[in-house]
Design a protein around this ligand. Structure first.
Ligand code: RP5
Length: 162
């Protein structure tokens, strides 16, 4: 895509990509320009600060942040930008993502992170939600989103097969 990316998808590790690529895939399907980066709250803290403080100036409108375990990335990003931040708890091996979920969801009042479900459904829904936010001021995107949702509804059979 040559358009300026409107959505930033950041993740704490390469190992999060398997989950976070589902957010990218749905944005791709909806024709929303996006960019994916690895930004670790713990291993690359300077990169985190530079990204979060510069995200608005870079032209991003929505940030999707996914991390697992001690998942501080979404909250720390939200602490340094006024842009909407959608948090995706990546499923961890040790605690199945409950650690990720609780690390992301329980933000102090004043610094919101819109927290999605654990794992792939959360990443997919973060992509759709980011598109929904952008669609409030983009009629063409709203039309694509409605078509996407209609196709999804129509794909559900009335009766199970087999
Ligand atoms: C978190 O630690 C990352 O978001 C990832 O989910 C988890 C494990 O990272 P790796 O050890 O696989 O790089 O920071």
């Amino acid at each position: 895509m040559t358009e300026t990316p409107r959505v930033a998808i950041v993740m704490g590790s390469q190992s999060d990509w398997e989950t976070m690529k589902n957010a990218a895939a749905v944005l791709e399907k909806l024709g929303v320009a996006h960019e994916c980066r690895i930004v670790s709250a713990h291993r690359t803290p300077d990169r985190l600060v530079a990204f979060a403080k510069g995200a608005h100036a870079e032209g991003f409108k929505v940030i999707i942040a996914g991390a697992g375990g001690a998942a501080h990335l979404p909250g720390m990003v939200a602490s340094m930008t006024h842009l909407p931040v959608l948090g995706v708890p990546v499923e961890s091996k040790a605690l199945k993502g409950m650690d990720s979920l609780l690390s992301i969801v329980q933000m102090p009042g004043g610094i919101p992170v819109g927290t999605l479900a654990i794992g792939v459904p959360g990443a997919t829904n973060a992509g759709i939600l980011a598109a929904s936010i952008l669609a409030t001021s983009d009629d063409a995107l709203a039309d694509r989103l409605i078509a996407f949702r209609t196709a999804q509804t129509e794909s559900v059979a009335e009766k199970p097969v087999g």
